[in-house]
Design a protein around this ligand. Structure first.
Ligand SMILES: Cc1cc2nc3c(=O)[nH]c(=O)nc-3n(C[C@H](O)[C@H](O)[C@H](O)COP(=O)(O)O)c2cc1C
Length: 190
């Protein structure tokens, strides 16, 4: 069973979110990691690139390497996304990654009766985050990824987070311990 770990933990080894991810991933057998800091994918703001990509998609030329990330996403049995809570959602690098994997006839397509149908194999998308303040009341990052999971045909989504980590005087380790328990419970329910 392949787990695709989408690592959007921009602060690398200092990231508390990465700690949650490592708890989830520890001991799993087949983990592929996409590190968005290392990848530095370009946002789709170049109209020539957007047109070129759309033409390849329309012509069915899906063997172009630009679609490799989408194929990897579509093939994984489980998706684990780790991203800090930034500006009520997540770092832009993750949105850029979603733009890259959102490829018609790879991760989704349209049926003859104009329905959007997902093509991904994954049974579950797990989203892990940590926030400086409250996360759960305005969890737009997770809500957006639930929408993407639905579009891509991934039937289950799950979420765990540590909140309030930047509040002065908070017991950060106690908050992390609670979150790590939530993560362990998610892992046990795989
Ligand atoms: C650019 C940026 C934006 C942030 N936006 C928010 C925010 O909207 N709400 C919040 O509660 N914390 C916010 N934070 C604080 C982080 O969510 C918090 O420090 C988190 O634990 C960082 O995760 P990490 O340790 O995995 O990097 C922000 C931090 C940064 C650097």
């Amino acid at each position: 069973m392949t787990t695709l770990f989408v690592n959007a933990c921009i602060r690398g080894e200092r990231s508390r979110t990465l700690r949650l991810c490592r708890e989830y991933l520890e001991g799993l057998e087949d983990v592929q990691e996409v590190n968005l800091v290392d990848l530095k994918l370009p946002a789709l703001y170049d109209v020539d690139f957007v047109d070129h990509r759309a033409k390849l998609e329309a012509d069915g030329k899906l063997d172009d390497p630009m679609f490799d990330l989408a194929k990897q996403f579509a093939e994984a049995d489980e998706i684990v996304i780790g991203a800090p809570y930034w500006d009520l959602s997540f770092p832009a690098a993750l949105k850029v990654y979603i733009e890259h994997v959102s490829v018609c006839e790879v991760t989704f397509h349209y049926t003859e009766d104009s329905r959007c149908e997902g093509l991904c194999k994954a049974k579950r998308l797990v989203y892990l985050t940590t926030g400086g303040g409250p996360v759960k009341p305005t969890n737009f990052g997770y809500e957006y990824l639930c929408g993407i999971a639905k579009m891509f045909g991934i039937p289950e989504t799950a979420f765990a987070c540590a909140e309030f980590l930047d509040v002065v005087g908070i017991d950060v380790e106690a908050k992390m311990a609670e979150a790590l328990e939530e993560v362990a419970a998610l892992k046990a329910a795989r």
